[in-house]
Design a binder for this molecule. Structure first.
Ligand SMILES: [Zn+2]
Length: 139
């Protein structure tokens, strides 16, 4: 996907077939069909299959967030957003896994879901310039 696809024309409450969605977005229906295997929510109980506009918008936006964010140093992965997000209040916990590696855990500034990032203990120095890091006791 080279060009940026806009969800602007998609109506949240409308149902679209693959071809209708493709026409609207300026791509082929085949591409839209392929999105199904990549996580697009399709209503497959009926024939033809329908895609709710809201699902289409959510899919397109999640793609764009992924592409525009390579996971900067001050961002961590949110399992709920499925995207890299900044932690709420820039506050994170460091939970050691081994002597040299651990988990950074925070709260998503976007959805308040759990954020996660692996880091080395040596990398904490750099991260502490960005985050308020509470180091949890090793068990
Ligand atoms: Zn989130």
């Amino acid at each position: 996907m080279a060009k940026r696809i806009s969800s602007r024309l998609v109506k949240k409450d409308r149902l679209y077939t693959y071809d209708e969605a493709g026409d609207l977005l300026g791509i082929t229906g085949h591409t839209v069909r392929a999105w199904r295997s990549k996580g697009l929510d399709v209503m497959t109980a009926s024939k033809p299959h329908f895609i709710l506009g809201a699902a289409l918008i959510a899919y397109i936006e999640s793609k764009q967030i992924k592409r525009s964010s390579k996971g900067a140093l001050d961002e961590m992965f949110c399992f709920k957003c499925k995207a890299h997000r900044k932690p709420l209040g820039a506050m994170v916990d460091y939970i050691p896994i081994t002597e040299v590696r651990g988990n950074l855990m925070g709260i998503c500034g976007h959805c308040e879901g759990p954020l996660h990032r692996f880091t080395s203990k040596a990398g904490l120095g750099k991260l502490s310039a960005i985050y308020e890091i509470a180091i949890k006791g090793a068990s």
